[in-house]
Write a protein that binds this ligand. Structure first.
Ligand code: F58
Length: 808
């Protein structure tokens, strides 16, 4: 590795020349980026080979994390940091007159996810490698990642994201490790000597080719693998594939249908959409991933009888759950095991994380679709269900409703969450309250059946990306104050508590915040041409746009503030910049209207000289990991205002806290744990409790119109949505208005409005007390180590996977 800059510079110049056949002074930033990334890749590749050798020789238990999404973001700087080459590299490039950031900005961003679920998977990859845990990722190499968002006339427009068009330095294509995944066709059964054999015939074969990406741990020589699968047509010289007896058109149709499998990432939607291609993606990933794990395992062990002793398979939500019947298929059809032996192995290998309580997000597939696409898997799921229902009949004789609720196949659908619970040995939620809701309500029947399966693993975020990489100035300040141990052990950040009362330290923290705010202001100026005041309060709500996340509640409060300012221009408030960012799923009409509303209110504020003195609203285009890395360190206030009980955990809340923002938040998801960790005095809470929300759902009794009538300030802003006062068509927000009043405000915005406005006033008061505010920021940073994904992963490793670190 390059501890000295001279060593680095020499290697870099050589790499540049060998890659481009010219001198570095003649190269573009892209050329220079490629040479740098190539150099880092070479170093990492050596460590990677060694890591895999160690795992193999020591024959340790390994975990495979299956996720339909990974939101990696840019990788170069993380890799430089984790391999301890950052300083030498920065200095060495400096000597050559090159600015490192100009190169890292060249990297296309791997945006293979739509939100928290995908980003969690990437944080987990980083933490597994950094804790020396033999843990790998399995996913899909989408050719198009999350769409690029443009704002046109206040509306969201979507553009494709061809992130691979100039190549991806970090991937290693491994054609020798390709496997075949089969779709469609039929099953021919045969009895041979009393044994039933299943022959899959007439299927469409798809070649799954892995692209491996190294995942480097922090200063520990460990490099794990993120294996992403790409769908390709079978080679022309195989006997599989529609080549013999097929005409040109058929062959081209085959090509098209195969390549579509790993073509696009489906953006999240407001409700679950049963598109066949999605099921195809799921089985493609599960089958390819599993086949490659099995192949390697058999090479080492010869048999799969102890598979569960050495392999843990984790499914990130239900998307990869066809892994369960696929493992059964391999064990029974290919290994000749009995059903019972195969079931024992499978249910001791697979564990499952649930990420949502919203019933409309639960996956279910029409049984006919399932059967046609995956005939053998359908047979196995059918049998799993038969046996499961039999068990249920024995345990709950006559309780038909309970049995229907718990069965995997019911009402013509395969219920994927039920399959996940039945087929795994561990089911976890992602924050304490979320796990309780799973146990009490969403998966209540399953909890009653096997309570020991259920456990909580509160989410976390990697402090390496979200503090060390995103906020280097704050990181240096922290290290000056408490030493560097927190980088490896994030909970050491607690030591900062002793600095909270030190005004000199507090002043330095405030200065770093100001610098970060200036950086964000520059970005906004450059990209949007808008000027924002770095001395105003930066109040941020950045996340997917969703009704339950209640961006509209934030907007209603801004409109109320505007009304109060119009009434009293001397209103004594600290100037505030409300910063929004986030994507709406293309088919989610209401979320797209929310974006228009935010931009409309932004326009209204800008047009009014009284308002623009005190407030500013901006919607930043194309939210993504690299943008979050600029916004989060600059935030003063973190908006975490989902309807209580709806946000499984949230992880943005943790990122903001770690960077010293104060949360204004509901009693929801991980907010509850953040608040109890940091202390109620360092968190501004408001709104209904989860129990109150669930009671309303269960017993009714909520009357949105009554709430609206009773609060004149609220009534005014709601009316303004449709009064024609906003600079948009009069009908533009009619749907939104109706949602609040005619449809009784499903997410309790009106109910929480009053309390939210009071909480916002509290924020203003607290901010005015500089010393107090700074202390709050420092307390938030100090307690954020608890939410490092290192802690979360450690709990998964010990409590679920039973995998141990491998240190070498
Ligand atoms: C999120 N889910 C939860 N789903 O909403 C959030 O509370 C939690 O912190 C996070 O998972 C991590 O546990 C989420 O991001 C998706 O994006 C799905 C992806 C696949 C399609 C459906 C939405």
């Amino acid at each position: 590795m390059f501890q000295s800059k001279a060593h680095f510079t020499k290697a870099y110049l050589e790499k540049f020349q060998s890659l481009h056949g010219k001198g570095v002074e003649e190269g573009s930033n892209r050329d220079r980026y490629e040479a740098l990334a190539g150099l880092v890749r070479d170093v990492i590749a050596r460590l990677w080979a060694r890591t895999n050798r160690e795992y193999m020789e020591r024959d340790v238990k390994q975990v495979y994390y299956f996720s339909i999404e990974y939101l990696q973001g840019r990788i170069l700087l993380s890799n430089l940091m984790n391999t301890d080459m950052l300083q030498a590299c920065r200095d060495g490039l400096g000597d050559l007159g090159i600015n490192l950031e100009d190169l890292t900005d060249q990297e296309p961003e791997a945006g293979l996810g739509s939100g928290g679920l995908g980003r969690l998977a990437s944080c987990f990859m980083d933490s597994m490698a950094s804790l020396n845990i033999p843990g790998h990722g399995c996913g899909i190499r989408y050719r198009y990642g999350m769409f690029k968002q443009k704002i046109v006339d206040g509306y969201q427009a979507e553009l494709p994201d061809p992130w691979l068009k100039d190549g991806n330095v970090w991937e290693f294509r491994r054609p020798d490790k390709a496997v075949t995944v089969r779709f469609g066709g039929h099953i021919r059964e045969e009895d041979v000597g009393g044994i039933r054999l299943f022959h899959h015939e007439g299927y469409q074969p798809v070649l799954a080719v892995p692209y491996d990406m190294p995942v480097a741990g922090y200063h520990n020589n460990t490099v794990n693998t993120l294996r992403l699968w790409s769908a390709e047509v079978m080679p022309i010289d195989t006997d599989e594939g529609p080549y013999s007896n097929s005409d040109y058109i058929q062959v081209m149709e085959y090509r098209r249908s195969v390549e579509s499998i790993s073509e696009i990432l489906y953006p999240d939607d407001s409700r679950y959409e049963g598109r066949v291609l999605r099921l195809k993606q799921q089985y493609f990933m599960a089958s390819a991933g599993l086949q490659s794990i099995v192949r390697r395992y058999k090479k080492r062990h010869g048999t799969l009888v102890d598979f569960h002793e050495k392999i843990a398979l984790h499914i990130n939500d239900t998307h990869p759950v066809v892994l369960v019947p696929e493992l059964m298929r391999i064990l029974i059809d290919e290994e000749g095991m009995t059903w019972d032996d195969a079931w024992l192995i499978t249910t001791n290998t697979v564990s499952y994380t649930n990420h949502t309580v919203m019933p409309e997000a639960f996956e279910k597939w029409p049984i006919d679709v399932f059967k046609e696409l995956l005939p053998r898997i359908h047979m196995i799921v059918y049998e799993i269900n038969e046996r499961w229902c039999h068990e249920l009949w024995n345990r709950y004789p006559g309780e038909w409703d309970r049995i229907r609720e718990m069965s995997i196949i019911a009402d013509g659908f395969v219920h994927m969450a039920n399959l996940a619970v039945v087929g795994s040995y561990s089911v976890n939620g992602v924050a304490k309250i979320h796990t309780e809701i799973l146990k009490k309500s969403v998966l209540k029947r399953f909890y009653e059946y096997s309570p020991s399966k259920f456990n909580n693993k509160t989410n976390g975020i990697t402090h390496r990306r979200w503090l060390m990489k995103a906020n280097p100035d704050l990181s240096s300040l922290i290290s000056e104050a408490i030493g560097k141990s927190w980088m490896a052990h994030a909970t050491d950040l607690l030591r900062l508590k002793s600095c909270a009362a030190d005004p000199v330290f507090a002043e330095k923290v405030a200065l770093v915040k100001l610098t970060n705010k200036e950086r964000l202001a520059d970005y906004i100026k450059k990209t949007m041409g808008q000027t924002i005041n770095p001395h105003s309060i930066f109040d941020c709500q950045v996340k997917r746009i969703h009704n339950y996340k209640r961006q509209v509640l934030n907007v209603l409060h801004i409109m109320d503030l505007a009304n109060r300012l119009r009434e009293n221009p001397a209103l004594d408030i600290t100037p505030r910049t409300f910063i929004f960012a986030g994507k709406a799923a293309p088919g989610y009409y209401a979320a797209k209207r929310t974006i228009k509303l935010i931009n409309t209110v932004a326009e209204m504020v800008d047009a009014d000289p009284v308002l623009r003195e005190k407030i500013k609203v901006v919607f930043l285009e194309n939210y993504r990991v690299s943008l979050a890395e600029i916004i989060v360190p600059a935030a003063d206030v973190s908006e975490q205002i989902s309807t209580a009980s709806k946000e499984a955990s949230g992880t943005g809340n943790m990122k903001f806290m770690m960077n010293g923002a104060v949360t204004i938040g509901t009693h929801d998801g991980a907010n509850i744990e953040i608040r109890s960790e940091v202390g109620t005095e360092n968190f501004v809470a408001f709104g209904l409790t989860p129990d109150e929300v669930m009671d309303f759902h269960k017993r009714g009794g909520y009357n949105a119109r009554a709430v609206y009538e009773a609060n004149p300030r609220l009534k005014l802003v709601v009316d303004q949505l449709v009064s024609g006062e906003l600079p948009a068509g009069r009908d533009e927000f009619l749907g939104l208005y109706d949602g609040l009043l005619q449809h009784n405000d499903e997410f309790f915005l009106l109910e929480d409005f009053g309390d939210y406005a009071i909480a916002q006033e509290q924020i203003d008061r607290l901010y005015k007390d500089k010393a107090r505010w700074r202390q709050m920021c420092i307390h938030n940073i100090a307690h954020s180590g608890e939410f490092s994904s290192d802690n979360t992963i450690w709990e998964y490793a010990v409590g679920i996977w039973q995998v141990k670190p491998v240190i070498f």
